[in-house]
Design a protein around this ligand. Structure first.
Ligand code: TXA
Ligand code: MG
Length: 318
């Protein structure tokens, strides 16, 4: 049976969603980045259901969504650098990976048994209202089958996971369009685990230059697999024209079959990215060619998603 889709602005739908979550069910909710598949972070059975619904490997930990710093401090240590970032950018598309408090009410499988926990306060009013109504952290990965393109509309969620969730809240198209930026805080060090909807240039004035995750970085993001966000079609990046068998995803002056932003605006391109990939893929081309995207601002996150979308699907290396 396909899950009902209800308006996220309705108080009744929010109350129903909170009740489903209390009972261990799964609710898809809009956030400003992408739609998330929410479950009670403290309920191991609910979280196990969530991993199963997505087909997500259990070594890939989840983000706990909170209303703000107060709820975050119930489950994580709160170093000064994290507090500063949260004060500036929460609610918003920034996830902080922090040391987990040993007595935190978080199911072990939610953070893959790590001693750290990823936390984010989403800005979308529906997500905020739902977390408040629930009264405790909700884990929520993107609401798509693991490895496929992230959803930015309620219909995308229904297409991918409709028969595996209990309720879909429809809050319209996600304004940011790519997932949150994930930054791990280790004392005074800040490591960029995933570029995302908050650009590096906005973070570095507070943290100094962000470190890259690497052999000597204290924390890695176990879920950053090379192949992700993959359409059915093959992909070719940095293309200036469509070759036979290809549909072209354009940017700026490179028109394409769909253009991410004729004005060359990277925020607009991020907003449209996942829906455009889905749209082109649904037309059944052999390959999707993509125009070059500048690597500045939100371009870093867009290029990260495009590179993962283009990676061979059987490549297991991170
Ligand atoms: O914008 C977003 O972040 C969306 C919306 C729904 O909030 N959520 C999302 O979740 O993108 P997900 O599960 O698709 O991505 C979570 C990322 C993964 O790369 C995961 O490996 C990393 O965060 N992560 C989670 N907990 C971690 C931890 N304790 N240490 C390191 N990385 C962690
Ligand atoms: Mg995801």
């Amino acid at each position: 049976m396909t899950a009902p889709i209800k308006p996220a602005g309705s108080a009744e739908a929010i109350a129903e969603a909170a009740a489903i979550l209390k009972a261990g069910g799964l609710v898809a909710m809009p956030t400003e980045t992408v739609y998330g598949l929410a479950a009670d972070a403290a309920n191991p059975d609910a979280v196990a259901r969530l991993y199963a619904a997505k087909g997500r490997p259990r070594f890939n930990p989840l983000i706990a969504h909170v209303t703000g710093p107060k709820m975050a401090q119930r489950i994580a240590e709160w170093p000064e650098l994290g507090a500063k970032l949260a004060a500036t950018y929460w609610p918003g598309p920034l996830t902080l990976v922090l040391p987990k408090k040993p007595d935190a009410a978080i199911a072990d499988i939610a953070n893959a048994g790590l001693d750290s926990i990823a936390l984010r306060a989403p800005a979308h009013p529906a997500a905020r209202t739902l977390i408040s109504a629930f009264g405790a952290p909700l884990v929520a990965p993107s609401a798509n089958p693991s490895g496929s393109i992230s959803p930015t509309t309620a219909q995308h969620v229904a297409d991918g996971l409709g028969d595996r969730v209990d309720l879909i809240l429809d809050g319209g198209a996600c304004p940011v369009g790519v997932e949150s930026t994930v930054v791990a805080i280790d004392g005074k060090r800040a490591i960029l685990l995933r570029p995302g909807g908050l650009a590096r240039v906005q973070i570095e004035p507070i943290t100094g230059p962000l470190e890259a995750p690497g052999a000597d970085a204290p924390l890695a993001s176990p879920g950053m697999l090379k192949s992700h966000y993959a359409p059915k079609a093959a992909m070719r990046l940095n293309a200036s024209e469509a070759r036979p068998g290809e549909l072209l995803l354009g940017f700026g002056a490179i028109g394409g079959h769909i253009n991410l932003s004729e004005a060359g605006d990277l925020a607009e391109a991020a907003t449209r990215l996942f829906a455009a990939l889905r749209d082109l893929d649904a037309r059944g081309p052999e390959r999707i060619a993509v125009a070059p995207i500048p690597d500045q601002g939100l371009g870093e996150a867009i290029n990260d998603r495009l590179q993962r979308a283009a990676a061979p699907k059987d490549d297991p290396t991170p």
